[in-house]
Design a protein around this ligand. Structure first.
Ligand code: M6R
Length: 608
């Protein structure tokens, strides 16, 4: 999704903005631009395509003198990804420039109104109405004009505005899109994401919805919608720069796959203390947990699949019904949710628009909300009644890996915690589950180490047009995520099926050499999945099976086998998904795909 940055200080702004935009590349974009204010005039440079094109156009920013500016990476929604539609957008009088992340839902009527008043539009974007409204409302006070403009907008926005009358001031506004101020010494910044700030400052102010700020080299001042000054806490950014860089790996995705033992450890180990689960961040009494009659998990994409994988564990241990709902569906479903529902919201970014909307809908019906998010201070973390962070560190590749595994880990902790609080677990089982969870980092490491042959397997399977992923129960849930990984980065059509469903339709698609990835780690259902392998093999499929080390039976049935270390089925998703991630990575590499930034996708989906 779009990314925005801004700088005001004593250094040349353009190179700092370009650097910030590069850090936001992972969010996904198709054009980029900067606007620099210098000697009383605003100069805009913007191009479609990669930031490298903008760097070339501006000679790495050298051609753009000036110590204040704003920048943008655009992920096209309204209007094609052209130079003209790229941000920043200029007012007709050239006095204002705007960058915007979000969507203005009422832009059509605003556009008609502004055209009626004589404003002309250069682009097809929803954003352009903002800069013309600011020009229309401006009476010498930029802050007032931005506040008045914001009051006319429906939808979501994080805005950065510069004005030729205010040669050192940037005005910003936030509503339902992330916006963070970076506080420096003699220079200040804003960005849609901390990764664009950490190289310059670790002091951040997270704006809330409805807030505005003025940023000058000497300080930042935050205002409420009435224009009254408010005091905000300065938070310390703990992510280090190296964590947000590739560190010698060819792709962020590979680096993030390999970081999983550490991420899983950081997420689980501090929460198991002195032989019990300690979730310091949440306050659930036994009475509260007894009052819950169902758990609803909501999320999008891989986060949704993380919920699907953990549903089995929660239901098995807690004996509370769990339904896992796509946020984009739940928000419009008139859901049967009340104060007896515990809503668990999963999101790596904490900014996914559909997830936020579903969460608000369920909150308004009385559900208590637990957010499981990776980005500290994100919108979902702030909206939730309780938040548990996944300590995965920054995830840059669009395809999530450590984000998914750490979400599943937190759900495992929550499952065992609730079950124990409700006296559903005997001591022996409780301690057994704790030690199973504590072995997960080591098991994930073994899953990484045990499979040096996956790149070779990728060479065998990469040229196929489609792949089927099959499994039962927990294996099916993991197959869903395995197939998503494959399709999003390798562009191979990949679908997952509950293995028992094959003969109800899908098996008609199986023909000679059709790759079928069969997940066979659910010990109780292994024999059943083996029968499904036999069925597809009889129709010519080539089967690549995933099984526990030591499973001899599978060797005689499958064409290829990936082994993983044995682990209790209740907690297997975190380990079992690892070879699926590696397989997708190497298949995509064989196919020459842009692995970290797959086409048409964005890291943080901040629009509906
Ligand atoms: O930031 P979120 O976890 O809320 O993102 C949800 C999905 O957009 C995300 O998991 C997406 O499916 C990933 N690209 C999958 O790798």
């Amino acid at each position: 999704m779009c990314g925005i940055v801004g700088y005001t200080g004593s250094q040349q702004a353009a190179p700092i903005l370009l650097d910030g935009l590069k850090k936001l590349e992972y969010r996904g974009y198709d054009s980029a631009g900067i606007a620099i204010l210098n000697d009383g005039a605003i100069k805009v440079d913007k191009v479609s395509g990669r930031i490298a094109n903008l760097c070339e156009l501006t000679e790495e920013g050298k051609k753009c003198p000036g110590t204040i500016g704003i920048g943008h990476t655009r992920w096209a929604t309204h209007g094609a990804p052209t130079d003209t539609n790229a941000h920043p957008h200029l007012s007709n009088d050239g006095r204002f420039a705007v960058v915007h992340n979000g969507i203005i839902e009422n832009y059509i009527c605003l556009r008609e109104e502004l055209i009626g008043k004589g404003y002309h539009f250069d682009s097809e974007t929803d954003t352009e109405v903002i800069v013309h409204l600011i020009e229309m409302y401006y009476r010498g006070d930029l802050r007032r004009a931005v506040i008045k403009t914001s009051a006319r907008l429906s939808g979501s926005y994080a805005l950065g505005v510069i004005c030729t009358d205010k040669p050192d001031t940037i005005c910003v506004a936030r509503e339902a899109s992330p916006l963070i101020l970076g506080v420096g010494a003699g220079e200040n910044y804003f960005a849609s994401d901390v990764t664009a700030l950490v190289a310059n400052t670790r002091n951040a102010i997270y704006l809330d919805d409805g807030e505005f700020a003025e940023i000058t080299p000497d300080g930042v001042t935050v205002f409420d919608p009435a224009g009254q000054t408010i005091t905000k806490k300065i938070s310390r950014i703990t992510w280090d720069i190296e964590a947000a860089e590739k560190g010698g790996y060819e792709h962020f995705m590979l680096k993030e796959i390999i970081e999983q033992p550490r991420a899983v450890k950081a997420t689980i180990t501090p929460r198991i203390k002195d032989g019990k689960i300690v979730l310091d961040e949440i306050e659930w009494s036994r009475e509260y947990l007894e009052s819950i009659n169902k758990i609803v998990i909501t999320a999008c994409g891989s986060a949704y699949y993380a919920g699907c994988a953990a549903k089995y564990t929660i239901e098995k241990l807690c004996r509370i019904p769990v339904s896992v709902e796509l946020a984009s569906e739940l928000r419009y479903s008139d859901p049967l949710i009340d104060e007896h529902t515990l809503l668990i919201v999963l999101s790596q970014s904490g900014e996914t628009a559909d997830t936020i909307a579903a969460m608000k809908e369920c909150k308004s019906r009385g559900a208590r909300t637990l957010a499981i998010v990776n980005v500290v201070g994100s919108t979902i973390a702030k909206l939730a009644d309780d938040t548990l962070y996944t300590w995965a560190g920054p995830e840059i590749a669009v395809a999530t890996t450590k984000g998914y595994t750490t979400q599943v880990c937190v759900l495992y902790l929550v499952a065992v915690y609730i079950a124990r609080t409700l006296d559903k677990l005997e001591d022996a089982d409780y301690y057994h589950h704790l030690s199973s969870m504590l072995t997960l980092p080591k098991k994930v490491q073994e899953a990484l180490d045990m499979n040096p042959k996956i790149p070779k397997m990728a060479k065998k399977y990469h040229a196929t047009k489609s792949m089927f992923f099959i499994g039962r129960n927990t294996d099916y849930a993991i197959a869903l995520e395995g197939a998503l990984k494959m399709k999003e980065i390798s562009y191979i059509h990949a679908e997952s099926y509950a293995a028992g469903e094959l003969k109800h339709g899908t098996i008609a698609l199986i023909e000679e050499h059709q790759p079928v990835i069969a997940l066979c780690c659910n010990t109780a259902l292994m024999e059943k999945t083996l029968s499904n392998i036999v069925e597809v093999k009889a129709r010519g499929a080539e089967v690549l099976a995933v099984a526990f080390k030591g499973n001899q039976e599978i060797l005689s049935q499958a064409d290829d086998v990936i082994f993983i270390p044995k682990i209790d089925t209740l907690f297997s998703a975190v380990v079992e998904i690892v070879p699926m991630q590696i397989l997708a990575y190497y298949v995509a590499k064989e196919n020459g795909c842009d692995i970290d930034k797959p086409k048409n996708l964005a890291k943080s989906v901040t629009v509906e």
